[in-house]
Write a protein that binds this ligand. Structure first.
Ligand SMILES: Nc1nc(=O)c2c([nH]1)NC[C@@H]1CN(c3ccc(C(=O)N[C@@H](CCC(=O)O)C(=O)O)cc3)C=[N+]21
Ligand SMILES: [Mg+2]
Length: 294
């Protein structure tokens, strides 16, 4: 058996096209052009690449991109002052502060200072609480993308056994909430879980978000399961170069799973698409409009 490869890149492209159409309608019918402010502190090369691809996705969708690049030695007060200004700016519907932040800055304090209605990362406790209680929320982009991919494979997730490996605030916990809202039976596994391979083998839907290269082996996977690999690990490759691998042993997964996401080209592009989607959703909510259909 060889698994279907879930083409996250293509699914993200299609989603971005639909977001662009909805944004054009919002502009035509309501005169609103969604705007995303991305704040990058310091000059980490990986973060710069990522911020650039977000800005491009925003402008491709016909939205406005406001990039703020601050020096690595920016003070916490200066960053908080910028966020206050962005919170008050009517042209800014979404604010994203790229993580990680330099050590002189308290990340939690900074994230908590973002207006929850502009928090397109969905990291603010108000959004975590809205998600957990089934209210309209801005949902963290990586888990949002994971669930969209799972729903591409299965018309309904209801009653499925979902196992999430990883319990971070950014991926594992919000992903568990989203899957619960889809009526899955959800297990959140982590480093203290007993018999992790055995727990994983029960999963109809397996999500790996631990940050350990190729940890999930073929014999951890229930035959025919859908495997969504959230890991993006840079490891040594051929000829002194580096390569990207996920948290799943892709080759082994291909032989057992029903469907599996590749890395790169799986969850990563969906994360970017969902930042843009959340910007559109924030713009609609700010105008008192219903959820955009995309
Ligand atoms: N406030 C904040 N929000 C984030 O969502 C956030 C963040 N900070 N800090 C960094 C991480 C990382 N992240 C990625 C998103 C897409 C790809 C992506 O598109 N990856 C490509 C490969 C890119 C490559 O080749 O390096 C892929 O998987 O196909 C990667 C990484 C979002 N993050
Ligand atoms: Mg990927």
């Amino acid at each position: 058996m060889t698994a279907k490869i879930i083409d996250g890149k293509a699914i993200a492209q299609e989603l971005r096209g639909n977001i662009a159409k909805a944004a054009a309608e919002l502009a035509k019918d309501h005169g609103i052009v969604p705007g995303l402010a991305v704040v990058l502190v310091g000059a980490d090369p990986a973060s710069e690449v990522y911020v650039r691809s977000k800005s491009k996705a925003v402008t491709d969708a016909g939205m406005k991109s406001f990039d703020h690049k601050l020096p690595a030695d920016t003070s916490q007060d200066d960053l908080l002052a910028l966020i206050k200004q962005l919170n008050e700016d009517k042209n800014v519907h979404g604010i994203l502060v790229q993580l990680p932040l330099p050590s002189q800055i308290d990340s939690t304090l900074v994230l908590n200072s973002i207006d929850p209605n502009k928090d397109v990362d969905g990291f603010h406790p108000v959004n975590a609480g809205r998600l957990a209680t089934g209210q309209r929320a801005l949902v963290p982009c990586t888990p949002f993308g994971c669930v969209i991919l799972a729903k591409k494979m299965h018309s309904s997730l209801s009653g499925m056994n979902a196992v999430v490996i990883g319990r971070s605030n950014i991926v594992g916990k919000p992903l568990a909430q989203l899957l619960l809202a889809e009526n899955c039976t959800v297990t959140v596994a982590h480093s203290k879980t007993k018999d992790l391979p055995g727990v994983c083998r029960e999963a109809d839907l397996l999500f790996a978000a631990v940050g350990r290269p190729e940890m999930v082996k073929g014999d951890w996977i229930k035959p025919g399961a859908t495997v969504i690999d959230v890991g993006i690990n840079r490891v040594p490759g051929e000829a002194g170069k580096t390569k990207l691998v996920g948290d799943v042993d892709y080759k082994e997964a291909l032989a057992v799973a029903g469907a599996v996401t590749p890395v790169p080209g799986g969850v990563g592009p969906m994360t970017i698409a969902c930042v843009i989607l959340n910007t559109l959703r924030a713009a609609c909510a700010s105008a008192g409009l219903p959820e955009p259909k995309v």
